[in-house]
Design a protein around this ligand. Sequence first.
Ligand code: NAD
Ligand code: LMR
Length: 326
Amino acid sequence: MNAPLKVTVTGAAGQIAYSLLFRIAKGDVFGPKQPIILQMLEITPAMGALEGVAMELQDCALPLLHGMVLTDDANTGFDGANWAFLVGAFPRKAGMDRSDLIGKNAGIFSVQGKAINSRAASDIRVLVVGNPANTNALITMSNAPDVPRERFTAMTRLDHNRSVSMLAGKAGANVADVRQLTVWGNHSNTMVPDLTYCYIGRQKALNAVGKRWYSKEFVPTIAGRGAAVIKARGASSAASAANAAIDHVHDWAQGTRKNDWVSMSVPSDGSYGAPEGVIFSFPCTCPGDGTYQIVQGLELGEDIKAGIKATGDELLAERAVVAELL
Ligand code: NAD
Ligand code: LMR
């Protein structure tokens, strides 16, 4: 057995965490030989509910769960953390855009960035889930200047998984047959689901589903899926969001599939015309050692380039709104 990893989950009494914590503790992220200590951060009024979650974790008798910390203090929550899932934030309600949450949620991430900077382990890696995820990740990163920038990521894996599933459904294929799909940009309505290099088995995805279906059905459905779930469920996606967070960190820590890539929001290096200084979703591969590379050398059509420009402009506008926190 390895030494335990310290894994921080914020918003630990919330909906997503209720699907996330048990799977982390079961080994779905770091594997069946990796013990973990869960450091669960909440706000003070939710500490009672968090006690209940901890009781349930105990009652699962999970061999990999070597300890739990329950706290409403960010410094304690991130103390010695090797990995952090930043979930704690307010979700949007029907009729809102994710960017409408900036005013309510941005402050959370400046406090947590500072705590990460001063208290986390030197190998800390962070996934931001709380919306608007890309801009919240930028705030977190900016408030942790001593941590290498590439350790901060935001979640567009749910958009990626939604895209894989919808595409496989249309083509009558299994999701495992879909490869090299990309979601570019912001986790917002401007995200750019892209099938240019995507294959279903050996067939080019665009040939299988047609350009009309791609632009008229696929892109708007994926961009609006979060809102559709809120309308149907009366609450934002939770189990699928937790599953995407697990996939994101699993692949980052343990590696992506051969001949495939995943969509990860990472600090932009300006590739493909994306603006620098924002957290932008790119196609990424991970070798399995806690690093990732942005896939390089893809030739893109004018429509995708225009989409990258629009979603990049939106991220710049969000950045301007939170300028005083950066
Ligand atoms: P929720 O309201 O059920 O849970 C959020 C929890 O965060 C609550 O328990 C709350 O007490 C806690 N919290 C608030 N401020 C905190 C702080 N400063 N420190 C620690 N905890 C804090 O919400 P949820 O359904 O779990 O969603 C959480 C966030 O994830 C929302 O912002 C939602 O929009 C976002 N989300 C993102 C994606 C994505 O794909 N990136 C997908 C789904 C949801
Ligand atoms: C999602 O995509 O389901 C989440 O970001 C929640 C939301 O507000 O849409």
